[in-house]
Design a protein around this ligand. Structure first.
Ligand code: ASP
Length: 343
């Protein structure tokens, strides 16, 4: 360890480190050491950088909660040694993974910043270099002697976001992510500008870091669409061992008012299954009771997801379900902001 700021890169896979398989022409994960060699600029940064990789590198489509725990443990065992952490994953599920990590780390006092790229690092037009270099700079940045950010964040194409507010919205452009319900925490232009008033810092620095590794995956996302049938809804809501449902509704949290639909939702809640109302819109909030088409959901006891993203709601549901809370406590926690995920 040096006196410089020490940054640990956790590399899990994703396009950033992929190369083309010469036989199939498909992109596949490659060794990280070779990535670092491709960015000599990293040596110019005023911090010391170490890296650690998953044994088996993965496309983020293969992510699951066991890998989340692996990421959390790699950070846990190195937490004291390093000042900041950069996690490289594929962008496809980066919002899901980073949202989950945000709930898993309670009382976090150091930055954990996710990034990746749309083009591999070896590609001439790659976005990987800027994403990686600026992410490391942000992870190492200090303001008045303390880390500039100490949240779980996602950096992509000149913007730093609170991770649990993000959604991947573009598979083609370098600006792959958005955060419609919360402004960027920092923006990189000629200067690296932190929007300090938007950044959350742990109030009591004495609070110990707690890492929640239990996640319950007995959940489902039920996305409504005009024409959805009773049979489909009934089957989904009667999945064996189901404990939580993200009900993706229209607009400000609206859903059909047909009796069969409301009866199915009410029966499911009666069985002790938590149902959360999350809007299908990328921006804006659920306001239960604003329209007649959401009033009944409120009365039945559906949880208000407010302006949470689906990615974040999935992570929060997995986390809270594993805590075995009583129904009203569960609802109270879900409807409160635990890591800045809702307004
Ligand atoms: N399929 C890749 C992944 O998510 C895409 C990327 O890295 O951007 O792993």
């Amino acid at each position: 360890m040096t006196n410089k700021t020490n940054i640990l890169i956790v590399y899990t896979g994703g396009t950033i480190g992929m190369v083309k398989d010469y036989k199939t022409n498909a992109l596949k994960a490659f060794d990280f050491i070779q990535i670092v060699e491709k960015i000599p600029e990293l040596k110019q940064l005023d911090c010391s950088i170490d890296s650690i990789s998953f044994e088996e590198l993965i496309d983020s489509s293969n992510m699951n909660t066991e890998y989340y725990v692996q990421i959390a443990e790699l950070i846990e065992v190195n937490y004291e040694k390093y000042d900041g952490f950069v996690v490289l994953t594929g962008s496809d599920t980066m919002s899901y993974i980073s949202s989950a990590i945000s709930f898993m780390f309670e009382n976090l006092q150091k930055p954990i910043i996710f990034t990746g790229s749309q083009l591999p690092i070896g590609d001439l037009r790659t976005d990987a270099k800027e994403n990686l270099i600026t992410t490391i700079e942000i992870a190492a940045a200090k303001i008045n002697g303390r880390p500039a950010v100490s949240e779980v964040c996602l950096y992509f194409e000149y913007k730093l976001y609170r991770a649990n507010r993000t959604t991947k919205v573009n598979a083609e452009q370098f600006e792959a992510f958005t955060s419609l319900n919360y402004p960027p925490l920092a923006e990189s232009g000629v200067h690296l500008n932190f929007n300090e008033h938007l950044i959350h810092h742990q109030k009591n620095p004495k609070e110990k870091l707690i890492i929640r590794k239990k996640l319950d995956t007995n959940i489902v996302v039920l996305k409504l669409f005009p024409g959805i049938t009773e049979t489909v809804v009934a089957h989904i809501l009667s999945i064996k061992n189901l404990k939580g449902v993200i009900l993706e509704t229209y607009g400000a949290g609206n859903a059909p008012t047909k009796k069969w639909f409301l009866d199915l939702v009410a029966d499911t809640i009666q069985k002790g299954i938590h149902i959360v109302n999350v809007t299908q819109c990328a921006g804006g909030s659920v306001v239960m009771g604003h329209y007649e088409t959401s009033l009944a959901l409120k009365e039945i006891g559906v949880i208000n997801g407010k302006d949470i993203t689906t990615e974040s709601a999935i992570a929060k549901l997995m986390y809270l379900l594993a805590e075995n809370l009583e129904a009203s406590t569960f609802k109270m926690f879900f409807e409160s902001s635990l890591r800045g995920e809702i307004s």
